[in-house]
Design a protein around this ligand. Sequence first.
Ligand SMILES: [Zn+2]
Length: 64
Amino acid sequence: MARPVEAGSDAVCVYCSEQIRFSARLKARKVIANVYVEGRWDRVEQFHEDCYERSGQAYGPARG
Ligand SMILES: [Zn+2]
């Protein structure tokens, strides 16, 4: 799901390995993907919204 990046975020984008920085000016958004392994929740991965698109929507369409 796509969410605004909150101030103080220190998440790192899985796709480009750069920090997902808060920007009030750019209204940055990130995609949070729940990753399931063998049907069980395993981890959360975070992407810049643009990176998620470039990744071919690795975990399906971002909703919300
Ligand atoms: Zn990125």
